[in-house]
Design a protein around this ligand. Structure first.
Ligand SMILES: Nc1nc2c(ncn2[C@@H]2O[C@H](COP(=O)(O)OP(=O)(O)OP(=O)(O)O)[C@@H](O)[C@H]2O)c(=O)[nH]1
Ligand SMILES: [Mg+2]
Length: 395
């Protein structure tokens, strides 16, 4: 950040000097009138002082863009009495870093306010010509926490199709809305249990408490009982005694084998032991995506195991931007599919759309309650679209 003061006879001249010196992106921090001191001060009209700041990076850019200075104007002839006081050299001030930080924060706030206003103007401009039905549809999406820019894209596409087909029918509009929404959320890929391949290895990863272990229990029970598959479990969650015990007790009840693994080497031999099973679920300890050592450890296990599928479990109770951030961290290890859990705890299904729109990964399952094995389903894109229009729920 560079901060300078400019003094001139009036505001316009001071501003002109500042823009020439600092570039067009400079921001005025302060304006004041200054008087010369001394016994003859009454002879001089007050001058204007402006304090101007610019981000160093912006300055470099605007310096590059700036055209060469025009040739100086011929000097006016002045008598000694009219001689203005000598222009002070622009003074470079070093602000204390705390003040600088506050200033930057203020500038960032202003930037975000400006971009909100721009989005609002775009929003108003775009939807004002649309039919009432489509506007209502937009409001429903936004109330359902669909990000405004995504909702605008969707209604724009609905409106274009409506005008192409030239039909102003309410049912038709609704169907077109559902159809358009479905196109955004139609990538659904449950775990592949078809075919004769044995030893299908599925890793379940994700932050703490999102429902990884519960989801594995639901899937293992359904696959063993409803689909007649041969299932085995491996747990890497040895951090809490209760965690491994939770899955071990469950495995004993439904009579499927389980191994508790303490090292990457143990994992390799557990996988070898279960290579003839149809499917092997690996439960991992909830890990903070922001702790490098947690991610490295998980990566080590994944490199050894080379899973067929790595599924990231995300709770829909988490905010959309956090969901995307969490995905990005775990995706450094490699994520194939997503399971969204806890749909029973919110009606703001918009987070599913926001996340999928950003990360572009298939959804494997949705879970909507604590009951094992019932509260899990393969998503149906029409049902999801209806949920986004608040015409249905997750149960
Ligand atoms: N309401 C609701 N609760 C759920 C759902 N899935 C799991 N839970 C609950 O969430 C809590 C945590 O579930 P776990 O399966 O232990 O979560 P986890 O991801 O294995 O947790 P860690 O191993 O500690 O990281 C439990 O109380 C579960 O009953 C769901 O779909 N809806
Ligand atoms: Mg767990």
């Amino acid at each position: 950040m560079i901060i300078k003061k400019f003094v001139a006879k009036d505001f316009q001249s001071a501003l002109k000097q500042a823009k020439e010196e600092m570039g067009r992106d400079a921001i005025i921090l302060h304006t004041s009138k200054v008087k010369r001191g001394g016994i003859f001060s009454f002879l001089f009209t007050p001058r204007v002082e402006i304090t101007v700041a610019i981000d160093d990076n912006l300055r470099v850019n605007s310096d590059r863009q700036r055209k060469p200075d025009p040739a100086p104007a011929p000097a006016a002839v002045v008598t000694p009495q009219q001689q203005p006081p000598a222009e002070a050299e622009p003074e470079v001030l070093a602000l204390p870093s705390e003040q600088e930080k506050e200033l930057l924060q203020e500038m960032q706030k202003m930037k975000s306010i400006i971009s909100d206003v721009k989005l609002k103007m775009y929003e108003v401009e775009l939807i004002k010509g649309m039919s009432e039905e489509v506007q209502l549809f937009y409001e429903t999406l936004v109330n359902n926490q669909v990000d405004k820019d995504i909702a605008l894209k969707i209604i724009n596409s609905v409106e274009t199709r409506l005008s192409q087909e030239n039909i102003a029918d309410n049912d038709w509009t609704r169907d077109l809305c559902l159809q358009t929404l479905q196109e955004y959320i139609n990538d659904v890929k449950p775990i592949n249990t078809q075919g004769n391949k044995k030893g299908n290895l599925v890793f379940m990863i994700g932050p703490t408490g999102v429902g990884k272990t519960t989801t594995i229990a639901k899937l293992a029970a359904n696959m063993a009982f409803s689909d007649g598959k041969d299932v085995a479990l491996i747990t890497l969650d040895t951090y809490r005694v209760s965690a491994a015990q939770q899955l071990r007790t469950f495995a004993e009840i439904i009579e499927i084998p389980i191994s508790v693994v303490f090292s990457p080497l143990d994992l390799a031999s557990a996988i070898e032991q279960y290579k003839d099973k149809d499917i092997i679920f690996v439960d991992t300890a909830g890990r903070s995506p922001y702790k490098e050592e947690h991610m490295q450890e998980l990566q080590e296990y994944i490199e050894i195991a080379k899973p067929d599928e790595t599924i990231l479990v995300l709770s829909i109770t988490t905010h959309s931007t956090d969901l995307v951030n969490i995905f990005q961290r775990f995706n450094n290890i490699g994520v194939d599919k997503i399971i969204f859990t806890k749909l029973d705890e919110t009606c703001n299904y918009g987070r599913i759309l926001n996340t999928i729109y950003e990360i572009k990964k298939p959804i494997a399952y949705l879970t909507n309650g604590q009951n094992v094995p019932d509260d899990i389903e393969i998503p149906d894109s029409l049902q999801l679209a209806k949920m986004l229009l608040r015409e249905g729920d997750a149960s």
